[in-house]
Design a protein around this ligand. Structure first.
Ligand SMILES: *Cc1c(COP(=O)(O)O)cnc(C)c1O
Length: 450
């Protein structure tokens, strides 16, 4: 019975993925209104499991966004490599508590191997600690908790024990175009999202080093490897050199951009990033693993351990347990998908995945310019910021394309301009998909001009 049920789930999931490119990217109104079918009272007796999966598939599947398909360019959303979906299904069947080798020797081993491979492919200090967190938000949160620990312990303050009330002040420097989730991390850490110093950015959205304040040993600099709109890289190498002299901590938010370090043609953009103290990256964006797969990397193992470790009478175990390097205690074995992606791709595969998306983004940007649209950014990696003649036309075009369903992308504000943003982040996207999308955009423009 449970076997038939899971076979059914597998068949439905498989069918969903095999049909994904024949459907609209964003669901139609009919699928959206059918979602009201979920509005039902919680029963007393429970229901038959087969029926539950059927309902999920009948009502849920059509109302999903086809971001796992090949014409989704919204936010920075990658698809999932089939091997990572398979690994996820296997690991779900295992249902391991991936906190330590005591709760799961297999998960512990695989995540440790994945950690080593990650440091290799990203070319970061091999001695660093790695934690498999839910996403880049939590990765930055974790890294900044380590930074907070380091800075305050140097001043003789134990922040984990005594909190921040009365502690020496920590100064935080961010880019004026900092990702909102880094601010969220700062707010959750008690470092405050409004007391940061914001450094102005250049034309492509990278921190302007001329405006970087003097650094000292009470300062955290939060840099970006990949501006979420333009893909621009802050001058991290130079920032690290200055930070090293001053004793400041440099964190790199490389949610998607950090992966260019695995691409020969683009690695120069992130040169010197290895000199930082901590890094945040996402598997679920550009490495194309399923959601929630983020990674925190911290050069100073002991500092991360001191800020995250727990002890309890029933936890007489291994210092290297995952739970000592990240906020989560019980967690699923999410490093397995990253392991599977890296094992499948190899270093050459990571290179072609990342370089391929960057090349397609260039092709896309040229096509958009040819249609008479304005590309605002220097398309250094996979991100394109675009607008039409006026804010109204830009908005109307975006809505028309979303309605048409051929592809999907969303709005942004770029240097005060209303624009839309396209991200080429999936293994599934081909040149034909870009051309089909360009045709859809062209048709939408014509229908608006009429
Ligand atoms: C997506 C993103 C984040 C947040 O990552 P999550 O995985 O959604 O938590 C942070 N920074 C940048 C630059 C991003 O693109």
């Amino acid at each position: 019975m449970s076997r038939d049920l899971l076979d059914d789930a597998f068949t439905r999931g498989n069918r969903y993925l095999s049909e994904i490119d024949e459907r609209r990217v964003f669901p139609d109104d009919e699928a959206l209104s059918a979602l009201s079918g979920f509005d039902e009272p919680l029963s007393w007796k429970g229901e038959e499991p087969g029926k539950i999966l059927e309902m999920l598939d009948d009502l849920g599947s059509p109302a999903t966004v086809a971001s796992a398909g090949s014409r989704y360019f919204g936010f920075v959303v990658g698809g999932s490599l089939p091997v990572t979906v398979g690994a996820n299904w296997m690991a779900t069947a295992w249902d391991q508590v991936a906190s330590s080798a005591v709760t799961s020797p297999a998960a512990d081993k695989i995540e440790k191997v994945a950690s080593g491979w990650l440091l290799e492919v990203l070319d970061l200090p091999r001695e660093s600690a790695v934690g498999f967190v839910t996403g880049a938000t939590m990765a930055t949160f974790t890294a900044l908790a380590a930074a907070r620990h380091k800075i305050l312990s140097k001043k003789g303050w134990n922040v984990e024990a005594d909190g921040l009330f009365g502690a020496p002040a920590i100064r935080v420097i961010v880019s004026d175009e900092v990702h909102v989730t880094a601010l969220k991390a700062l707010s959750m850490l008690g470092l405050g999202k409004d007391r940061v110093i914001r450094v102005p950015t250049d034309a492509n959205g990278a921190m302007d080093i001329e405006h970087l304040p003097e650094l000292d040993d009470c300062t955290i600099v939060c840099t970006q490897a990949g501006n979420v709109n333009s893909g621009a890289f802050d001058p991290i190498s130079e920032i690290c050199d200055r930070a090293k002299r001053a004793g400041a901590w440099v964190h790199v938010d490389g949610a998607f951009g950090l992966w260019v370090r695995g691409a020969k043609s683009r690695a120069h953009l992130a040169e010197g990033v290895e000199k930082a103290d901590s890094w945040a990256a996402d598997g679920h964006k550009w490495l194309n693993t399923p959601y929630d797969g983020g990674v925190v990397i911290c050069r100073d193992v002991e500092t991360l351990y001191n800020s995250m470790s727990v002890s309890a009478a029933y936890l007489r175990e291994i210092e290297t347990a995952a739970q000592n390097f990240m906020p989560e205690f019980s967690k699923r074995a999410r490093g397995i998908e990253i392991w599977a992606a890296l094992k499948f791709l190899g270093r050459d595969g990571v290179d072609s995945l990342i370089s391929g998306c960057c090349d397609l983004a260039k092709h896309f940007a040229k096509g958009l310019t040819d249609l008479g649209l304005r590309v605002h950014n220097d398309v250094v990696i996979n991100q394109i910021v675009v607008s039409w003649d006026s804010p109204e036309k830009t908005e109307n075009l975006m809505r028309a394309v979303q309605r048409d369903g051929t592809c999907w992308f969303g709005p942004t504000i770029w240097k005060g301009h209303n624009a839309f943003r396209l991200s080429v982040s999936s293994w599934k996207i081909t040149k034909q998909d870009i051309d089909l999308s360009l045709n859809g955009i062209d048709a939408a423009m014509k229908s608006i001009e009429k």
